[in-house]
Each structure stands twice: as C-alpha cells, then as structure tokens.
Design a protein around this ligand. Sequence first.
Ligand code: AMP
Length: 212
Amino acid sequence: MTATRLILLGGPGAGKGTQAKRLVATLGVPQISTGDLLRAARKAGTPLGEQAKSFMDAGQLVPDVLIIELVNERLTQPDANAGYILDGFPRTTAQADAMRTHGIVVERVVNLVVGDDVLTERLEQRRVCRSCGSSFHLEFHSPKVAGVCDVCDGELYQRRDDSPEVIPQRLAAYALQTSPLVAYYDELGIVRTVDGTGEMSRIFERIIEALS
Ligand code: AMP
C-alpha cells in the first residue's frame, strides 16, 4: 500500500515544495506547508504573521508553540482526513513530540538528501510565483517569459530569505534543529532516504518508490 501520511524532510531548497505539489496530484491528499501558511499569515497581517516575521527574515525557526497550533488547526480540515504531505513540518523534535501527543499519524518520512553547496545555489536562483507558489530555477527550470509564472501568469519574486545573507542561517538551523529528526524517525523504521539531485521527474519516481 502507498503511504498517504507523509513527512518530506530535507534542507531548504531540497525540493520538498516542488515534489509535494506533484504528490498532491498523484496521491489526492493536500500539501501542508508551514512555510506557505506562515507567508499567507504575514500577507494577511494576522497576529501570527506579525510574530513570525522577524524569525523568518533572519532565517531562524519560528517558535514551536506557534507552529504546533497552526498545524493542528490545519489538520482538522476535512481534506486532511485521507492523508497529508507535510512539507517543512516538523522541524524540531519538540514539534515531532507534539504530533505524537496529538495523535497525528506518520506512515513514511522521505528524507530528500542534497548537499549544502547545491542547496545554496538552488536558493539563490529560486524565483517563486506570488499567486500559486510554483517554484522556478533561473537556469535549470526557467520560466518561459522572464518574471512570469508558466502555470498561472502570476508575478515571480525572490523570497527575502533566499538572500546570500540569510541562506547560511537557514542551513545552520536545518543542521542543528531539524536533521536530528532523521534519527528520531529512523527508530520507528519509517525513514526512506532519497537522492534529491538530478532530474525533477526522476526524483519524483524515487519518492513514489519510497512510499510503497
Ligand atoms: P520554508 O518555506 O519551509 O523554507 O520556511 C520558511 C521559514 O518559515 C523558515 O525559515 C522558518 O522561519 C519558518 N518555518 C516554516 N516551517 C517551520 C516550522 N515547522 N518550524 C519553525 N519555523 C518554520
């Protein structure tokens, strides 16, 4: 049976968001990206968005208590009944513990492995659509028209935290706070390591194999 309650683990720029969007179409369960939820909260000017702002712009993790509440609320929506692709959550062992406490089931953890030099290059070259969130790489997956999203014609922009000043902070946060989750879930025997480099469609095939 194919797992439908998943965590995509991997450093910033590992391809979690891109692959999650493909998985949505194949598995028929929603992508739940805490980064996207936080950016939406910021755009809407909610108290959560305001609180998250300074952490995000500095490349630091937003406090666990805020994130756990955000995810719990999202998971109560009916579209998550049959499963979910967690993209960017959990990012700390405290978040993983909170998931267990709340009875949020995880069947598979896909660990997308990409080296720091490749991650840095991908983040610097990344442009994201303001409307639909699709991601492009200026060299390897460039939009057909510069600055315009291929999917929805929305405007492409560079995330503030994809800047050369912030990227090292994000890589450090991943190494220190998030990478211990590999061992955490390995103890449960549910981690599959997937090479996150090369063709996007090939990476997707590897992920699908890892879900069976
Ligand atoms: P992402 O879009 O996943 O790269 O997340 C962008 C930023 O949002 C991160 O650098 C953090 O500041 C914040 N963030 C997203 N998800 C989490 C999380 N699970 N825990 C803490 N902070 C998060």
